[in-house]
Design a protein around this ligand. Structure first.
Ligand code: NDP
Length: 488
């Protein structure tokens, strides 16, 4: 008799796939009690400060400086001073600094990943496997271009612009910093960067990387604060503004900068269509749907928040999706098994809650898998809405949370028409076995990025950016270098 037969039905059958806790230690992070502004290679004190917290339990992490208008102007002046020397360095010298930053980020990646999850709420496996490797890869990639600009833009004599003001959001704090700082520096500009109010800590830790890399003082300056600090940076004597954030603030910046001669790139909101045809590999598509909307709690501008399913496979897709959702683990961002971490802030949680209530009130059918949420902190259960009409707010507005709206279509033409029926145009996904259909769809979808049989894939060599109200200008690739250069 074999072992298995002997045990028969006495052997315990796992009732579910519950994992034992696997928390990542926070010992590697040394937080200071209080942080100043990093300007001209020095730490400067400010009159006002605010507390930054951990969204997983609302515990305070550190006191952070609130930069005033004068502080921002001071930082811009430091960047202007540094520009003279930095822009005249041979490209190969600038590249050395960028390679150094990339290497240090890779070496200190665990420390950064823990801090990112602590301050932002995202699962450690995402900060560890996505944010950090990509942030380092951006510095490596743009380091490679620093001494090749004349070949990259032949016969156009590329020149740096001067001082770039950069404003970033809270969903990918370090990665957005890398997207902004790496191309700007490679092109020979100096920068003043403002991180989001709720997630300043990895940008402040990055100042230590800048110091370690011995970057000349004033080339990178970090000013923390709230929206008023961002507004002060837009007004300051900078040569370019690079902004990632909400469409409303982006529009206000565009209005303010019109006619000033300052260059601007805007990466704004999205309401991406993820389109599933009946010939797709169904299980892969379901994984792609889950990754498209629940990655980073749905705090992703290119999240696949509108799912379009071909009518003939609507039922199996929804059934498989709901089943898969029951296996998602929501909880402590620092647990290595967590799939969905904490919502970034109280404000964002309120916004998600309000839009989900609107979805129910308008008549959509809600599904949330059973799941126990921690008592403290900001949490939202992964949610899917079916019976959604295109006019509902949940199908129109960016929710920026783990909430998916499912709609249907019959023909490819109908899919394109419905997918494009949005003021946004940042990204889209297509799931089908047919290569010809992928190309046909990609030609017609009004979105900056179209993923085929995958979703949320990023690479430093690939340009990213929007159409329509999702903004203009590209980040990543050579396209991402161009907005930091002037051409004669
Ligand atoms: P914001 O657009 O307000 O924030 C983005 C950045 O801009 C932050 O650093 C913010 O500072 C700064 N900022 C705020 N007001 C101004 C201003 N008047 N001038 C210059 N800079 C300013 O986005 P929120 O954080 O308020 O998020 C609101 C909504 O925006 C989200 O619910 C989501 O729908 C969308 N969003 C989209 C993002 C994207 O990547 N497309 C990213 C983030 C949000 P501070 O943090 O201090 O307010």
């Amino acid at each position: 008799m074999t072992d298995v037969a002997r045990r028969g039905d006495r052997s315990p059958v796992p009732a579910d796939w519950t994992y034992a806790p696997a928390p990542e230690s926070t010992d590697i992070v040394r937080l200071q009690e209080r942080y100043g502004l990093y300007v001209g290679g020095e730490w400067l004190e400010t009159k006002e400060r605010f507390t930054t917290i951990a969204p997983r339990d609302e515990s305070p992490l550190a006191e952070v400086a609130q930069a005033s208008k004068a502080d921002v102007q001071n930082a811009v002046a430091a960047a202007r001073d540094a520009f003279g020397t930095w822009s005249k360095l041979p490209g190969s010298e600038r590249a050395k600094y960028l390679f150094r930053i990339a290497r240090i980020l890779a070496e200190r990646s665990r420390e950064f990943a823990v801090l990112e999850s602590l301050n932002g709420g995202k699962p450690i496996k995402e900060s560890r496997d996505v944010d950090l490797p990509l942030a380092a890869a951006h510095f490596f990639y743009y380091a490679g271009w620093a001494d090749k600009l004349e070949y990259a833009f032949p016969n156009r004599t590329p020149k740096p612009l001067g001082v770039a003001g950069q404003i970033i959001p809270w969903n990918f704090p370090l990665l957005m910093l890398a997207w902004k700082i790496a191309p700007a520096l490679a092109a020979g500009n100096t920068v003043v960067l403002k991180p989001a109010e709720t997630t300043p800590l990895t940008a402040l830790l990055f100042c230590d990387v800048v110091r370690q890399a011995e970057l000349p003082p004033g080339v990178v300056n970090i000013v923390t604060g709230d929206g008023s600090t961002g507004a002060a940076l837009v007004e300051a004597e900078v040569d370019k503004i690079a902004f990632t954030g909400s469409t409303d603030v982006g529009k206000a910046i565009a209005r303010q900068l019109a006619g000033t001669g300052k260059k601007v790139t805007l990466e704004l909101g999205g309401k991406a269509a993820n389109i599933v045809f009946d010939d797709c590999a169904l299980d892969q598509a379901v994984e792609g749907i889950v990754n498209g909307i629940y990655f980073n709690q749905g705090h992703v501008c290119c999240a696949g928040s509108r799912l379009f399913v071909q009518e003939s496979i609507y039922e199996p897709v929804v059934e498989k999706l709901k089943k898969r959702m029951t296996t998602l683990r929501v909880g402590d961002p620092l647990d290595k098994n967590t799939d969905i971490g904490a919502i970034n802030s109280r404000m964002q949680l309120d916004k998600i809650t309000e839009l989900v209530a609107a979805g129910e009130a308008e008549g959509a059918e809600i599904y949330q898998p059973p799941c126990r949420l921690p008592e403290k902190g900001y949490w939202f259960v992964p949610t899917v809405f079916t019976n959604v009409a295109q006019s509902y707010r949940i199908a129109q507005e960016e929710i920026f949370g783990p909430v998916l709206s499912v709609l249907t279509f019959r023909t490819p033409d109908e899919a394109v028409e419905k997918a494009n029926n949005t003021p946004y145009g940042l990204s889209a996904g297509v799931w089908t076995e047919k290569g010809s259909r992928i190309l046909w769809m990609a030609e017609r979808l009004r979105a900056g990025v179209v993923w085929a049989n995958t979703f949320n894939r990023f690479d430093p060599t690939s340009p990213f950016g929007g159409y329509k109200e999702s903004g203009f200008g590209r980040e990543g690739g050579l396209h991402g270098m161009e907005p930091y250069l002037d051409f004669e």
